[in-house]
Design a protein around this ligand. Sequence first.
Ligand SMILES: [Zn+2]
Length: 260
Amino acid sequence: MRTTLLLAASAVALAACGSATEDRASTADAESGETQQASWTYENPASWGTVHEEYATCATGTVQSPINLVRAEATDSEDVTLEINWESGPMIIDGAGYNSDLVAPEGGYIMLEGTRYDFLQVHVHVPSEYTIEGEQPAGDIHFVHANADGELAVIGVSMTEGEPNTVLAAAFEAFSNEEGAQTFGGITFDPNALLPETRSFFRFPGSLTTPPCSEGVNWVFMSEPVTVSADQIAAYTALYGNTARPVQPTGDREILFVEG
Ligand SMILES: [Zn+2]
C-alpha cells in the first residue's frame, strides 16, 4: 500500500506545477476507463476547473496556489522548523515536451515541522507564479517533495532579472522539447546553490499550480530571490511560452513568516 501511495504521490508530483500534465490526464483517463481526453493550457487558466471533472478543484478550491505574498500581512512564527538536506549529483532532465523537470539528485530530503519529505524534482515557471508585495518576478523555481503518505511539500524561490543564474545555466541550455529523461553525466547539479543566502520564508497551505490543482500541498516560499538573466528567460519562453498560473485568492488561510 505504501508503495502504491508513493507511486501515486510521484505521479502527482511529476504532474505538479506545469510538468507532465498530459501524462497525468491520460493516466487518469486510463484508470477510470474513460476515453475523454482532457486538455488545458496557460491560455485559459480561468476555465481549468471546467475542462475536465478531475480538475474541478481548480475552480472550487479554497486554498489554491499561487498567491500574492505580503510580509506585513503574514504572522511571525518561531514554531515552523525547516531543515534542507539536498544532495548534488549528475544533471538529469526529464522533459514532457512542453516543459522540463530537473530530477532531484538521489537521497535528498527536507524535514518540515518534523516530517520527512523526499526530494523529487525541480522545475521553473516563467514568469513567476507567486507574486511578492504585488510584484511579479521574472520566474520562480519550485522544489517538489513528498512524504511517505504522499503529501507534498514544495519550496519556492523567486528569480528576478539580473545576473545569469549560474546553477541553472546548463539546464537552461539543455531544456528542449524532447520528451523523457536524459542524463548529463559530466554536469553536476547542486540544488543547494539555488537557494538565496537568507533563509527567511513564508509558510502556508496551498495547491498544485496546474490541473488537477489538488490541495493539501505544504508550501514554503523564500522571501529573498535569486537572479536569472534576460537571455535565460528569453530562451525558456521561446521553448515553452508562459508557464505561470495567475495568483489566486488568499482567502482565510493563515500565512506564517519565519525569519531566517
Ligand atoms: Zn511549479
